[in-house]
Design a protein around this ligand. Structure first.
Ligand code: FAD
Length: 419
């Protein structure tokens, strides 16, 4: 992503940006947060709010508006508008966070500075990284993000990719074929691809009832599999075919020029192909040198990097243990990190970390299911201490209540993050 402009949204509470100019140096401790998505924006907001101006908080985010991945599948299924997924930073700025719209391009851990695409430099006492995911190059044969994401979109970072996939689905010929290449573990939102399949099927029953959906999955099993497959049979009988590694899904090549997919020698002619590649921590985490392999290892008590004690890594980018990569998890981790950072910088009280997560998925009209757990540090990792999951065969009233619960969760988390 290229950015050539840089804007500040500030308020009277946001006393001065954390520019690394000696003349502007100030006594207040400085926190810079990279990534104004679910984890980063939550953390910035909670540090600013709870420290009541004692800490300078600067949030660096590449985009002026955040589009949630959560509920983007519901947009594909016509249950939500695209606008309802978008959130600005104005209210966050009013809680005392200096919001900088720019791309962070470098981190100097010795000098404790962050370089921005605009050329500016920010200094920090504590740095928080919550850059989400990037895609592992070459993880799907034949697909190169820079060349092919307009032909075979991933729609796994919400925004123009999401609207592109919807346009392609709406333009699919009658009786056409939608192919999803599902991602290998670990990836953001374990039920996300399968909720997407449900929502695409729902859309097709309305606009293209003879359409076919194929899911080519490198994994032998997937999150909430029994619940999804039961829902697909009940709502979309005969429309969805899920193919696992027993049938060659570990040997797939896509051909964007001809819209074909080579499944271990069998050629599939598709009309729309959704390629969800293998994933890794957002690139700035690797640039900062806090990754091992594809992810950034963190301490389970406070989300502090295992490589640099002045850096915390939140959300999808972190390797923390048992929590799934979800918005709920990122929000929960961000609050633990915010409390720990405030404690270190101002001496405020720090309580033992407790985390939680719930992932809701919509199967069809008023047919919601969920899976979730609570977590604590066991010293080594964030470990599950109790979990729950919806059951096949639940009555319609419970499924409707579960869906309604998810609407409440969306309203609550977006207001918690963005005000
Ligand atoms: P993000 O929210 O992705 O935020 C990262 C931010 O960092 C982005 O805004 C990006 O622009 C910015 N950024 C990255 N690099 C830089 C840089 N160098 N400089 C400046 N800015 C940068 N989760 C749920 O809890 N429930 C759901 O129902 C759910 N459904 C989902 C459905 C789909 C289809 C998908 C794809 C995901 C879903 N998720 C869901 C997962 C959820 O969206 C992510 O887990 C969550 O957003 C992770 O938060 P994060 O802060 O790690 O990353």
């Amino acid at each position: 992503m290229k950015l050539n402009r840089r804007t500040f949204i500030g308020t009277s509470l946001a006393t001065g940006a954390a520019l690394a100019t000696p003349a502007l140096a100030q006594a207040k401790p400085k926190v810079v947060v990279i990534g104004g998505g679910t984890g980063g924006a939550t953390c910035a907001r909670y540090i600013a709010k709870d420290s009541e101006g004692a800490i300078d908080v600067t949030l660096v985010e590449a985009n002026p508006v955040y589009t949630t991945c959560y509920f983007s599948n519901l947009y594909l299924g016509d249950f939500r508008t695209f606008d309802s997924l978008q959130h600005g930073y104005e209210t966050l700025a009013q809680t005392g966070v200096t919001v900088v719209t720019d791309m962070a391009t470098g981190v100097d851990r010795d000098a404790k500075t962050v370089t921005l695409a605009s050329g500016d430099t920010l200094s920090y006492d504590k740095l928080v990284l919550s850059p989400g995911i990037d895609f592992v190059e070459g993880s799907v044969n034949g697909w190169v993000e820079a060349e092919h994401d307009q032909i075979m979109p991933h729609a796994y970072k919400a925004g123009p990719q999401t609207t592109l996939l919807k346009e392609q689905l709406e333009a699919m010929p009658e009786g056409g074929t939608f192919v999803m290449i599902a991602p290998p573990n670990p990836y953001r939102c374990p039920p996300g691809p399968y909720e997407r399949v449900s929502m695409v099927a729902h859309l097709m029953t309305k606009i293209n009832p003879t359409a076919k959906i194929m899911v080519l999955d490198p994994k032998p099993k997937f999150s909430k599999q029994g619940l999804f497959q039961d829902g697909w049979n009940r709502h979309y009988a005969g429309m969805i075919e899920w193919v696992g590694p027993d049938f060659g899904t570990e040997n797939i090549t896509v051909m964007p020029e001809t819209m074909e997919v080579d499944l271990d020698g069998e050629m599939i002619q598709a009309d729309v192909v959704n390629v969800i590649p293998g994933q890794m921590a957002g690139k700035i985490a690797g640039i900062a040198g806090v990754t091992e392999g594809n992810w950034a290892p963190v301490m389970p008590d406070d989300m502090k990097s295992k490589i640099d004690e002045n850096i915390h890594v939140l959300g999808d980018a972190s390797a923390q243990g048992d929590m799934p990569k979800s918005g709920f998890s990122a929000n929960s981790q961000a609050k633990v990190a915010a409390m720990a950072i405030r404690g270190e910088l101002t001496g405020s009280r720090v309580f033992p970390a407790k985390y939680s997560n719930t992932c809701w998925s919509l199967l069809g009209v008023d047919d919601g299911v969920k899976v979730g757990a609570s977590y604590e540090s066991n010293g080594e990792k964030i470990a599950s201490v109790g979990s729950f999951i919806s059951q096949v065969g639940e009555d319609a009233a419970l499924r409707k209540a579960t869906y309604e619960e998810s609407l409440g969760w969306y309203a609550g988390i977006t207001s918690d993050i963005f005000g």
